[in-house]
Ligand binder design. Structure first.
Ligand SMILES: C[S@@+](CC[C@H](N)C(=O)[O-])C[C@H]1O[C@@H](n2cnc3c(N)ncnc32)[C@H](O)[C@@H]1O
Ligand code: SF4
Length: 401
């Protein structure tokens, strides 16, 4: 259920944005839709998501009320932004596929009726491998979804158990095959490395299993031990060991080697794809495009204004039921904050960050990571080297300090 939301400036009841946020747009929009429901909770996860037991009979928190409120927020986005071309939709969670495929298709239909959905729009849903069937996938594909992203995490039984995952080791690969049969040309797998008790051989097993499934895209995330999660408590009690930085670095290098030699190029620190299969929606985040997050606790960014919605599904539906924006608070970034944010995000990309985005002092400070082989400079851009990718946070701190 994640920690409390940060405070910021108030969001007006009608959700309106300063004029400055609406000028200078190219008219495109990336839409995220958050589905805050899970069948059971994984001990490592800090996302804003709830099991049925956690929600209980909270008024307004049923799936039906939630979806109705999400559709109201789509309409609110249209009133605030005016006409836009939606270039990508990403339904994330939680477990979006706990909702019936028809419901997800209805949400997409509402987006299509409200905005101009680009003909080549990328339309993704996340899914837990055990929460899809050949027929649910066929209904999603027919209904306009173009991309499936499955949370595989690992193919090793004891790692899956430590992560509280309920699917069997082979289920993710089956789900990829089912998605292919349903007509999906864009399929992604999420993996986690660094789980307590995971050996390097275990990690290799998971990478090999992911590659055998032949997805188009792989995300590999280092396990983050989030405060307040059952995993953090088990580590504090000494039942499990904390992830070790050297082990994480070795596993990152192995991932890059195996994925790279199988034809998946890295395009962002934690993301590898076959040519032409980078996730356009996530790239829009990293390039500071305009994106609107629909749903409880969802974050948005439009023209230098960032805001975040109230977290609890009942609070979210309550706001929209009374015609008010679900925005909890917002922040209007200064030009320099926007620039710094761009550096932080774009340095993560394989194409790097334009040198001209950095101040003179920052460029001077780049001399050190350049001389240490962490950064390269070519064609007017700074790019992280493989070693630099392992130390990305430290490189950014050095540049921006
Ligand atoms: C929000 S989850 C939703 C996907 C889906 N519910 C699932 O778990 O299969 C998106 C991805 O975030 C990653 N993730 C979640 N919690 C994480 C953590 N504490 N550390 C690293 N990665 C995490 C997992 O790889 C997961 O697939
Ligand atoms: S299924 Fe996914 S979103 Fe739900 S608790 Fe597990 S990792 Fe988090």
């Amino acid at each position: 259920m994640a920690g409390p939301l940060p405070d910021g400036d108030p969001v007006p009841d009608d959700g309106s944005l300063p004029v400055s946020a609406l000028t200078g747009t190219d008219g495109s929009l990336a839409l995220y839709v958050h589905v805050p429901f899970c069948a059971s909770r994984c001990g490592y996860c800090d996302f804003n998501t709830y099991t049925a037991a956690e929600l209980g009979a909270a008024p307004g928190a049923s799936q039906t009320s939630y979806v109705a409120a999400a559709l109201d927020e789509v309409a609110l986005a249209r009133r605030v932004l005016g006409p836009r071309t939606v270039t990508s939709v990403f339904v994330g969670g939680g477990t979006p596929t706990l909702l019936a495929s028809d419901t997800l298709v209805t949400v997409l239909g509402a987006i299509r009726e409200t905005f101009d959905l680009a003909d080549d729009a990328e339309v993704t849903t996340e899914a837990n491998p055990e929460s899809v069937t050949p027929s649910s996938l066929a209904a999603l594909r027919e209904g306009g979804f173009t991309r499936m992203s499955f949370g595989m995490q690992s193919a090793v039984p004891h790692v899956l158990r430590t992560l509280d995952r309920v699917h069997t080791p082979g289920r993710a690969a089956e789900a990829v095959a089912e998605a292919r049969a349903a007509g999906f040309d864009d399929v992604s797998l999420d993996l986690i490395y660094g789980t307590p008790g995971e050996s390097i051989a275990d990690w290799r097993t998971s990478l090999d299993a992911a590659l055998t499934a032949e997805p188009d895209h792989v995300s590999a995330y280092a396990l983050i031990v989030e405060d307040g999660t059952p995993l953090a408590r088990r580590i504090r009690r000494g039942e499990l060991s904390a992830p070790d930085d050297d082990d994480l670095a070795d596993k990152y290098l192995l991932a890059d080697e195996l994925l790279g030699s199988a034809g998946y190029g890295w395009y962002e620190l934690s993301n590898w794809a076959r040519p032409g299969h980078a996730c356009r929606h996530n790239v829009a985040y990293w390039l500071s495009a305009d994106w609107w997050g629909i749903g409880a606790g969802a974050h948005s960014h439009v023209g230098g204004v960032r805001w975040w919605n109230v977290k609890h599904p009942a609070a979210y539906t309550g706001r929209l039921a009374t015609g008010r924006s679900p925005g909890h608070a917002r922040e209007v970034l200064t030009a320099d904050q926007r620039r710094v944010e761009r550096v932080l995000l774009e340095i993560r990309l394989a194409e790097g960050v334009p040198v001209e985005l950095l101040t003179r002092a920052e460029r001077d400070r780049a001399a050190d990571p350049l001389s240490r082989g962490l950064l390269t400079e070519a064609a007017g851009r700074f790019r992280l080297t493989l070693e630099g990718r392992l130390l990305a946070d430290a490189v950014v701190r050095d540049l921006l300090d």
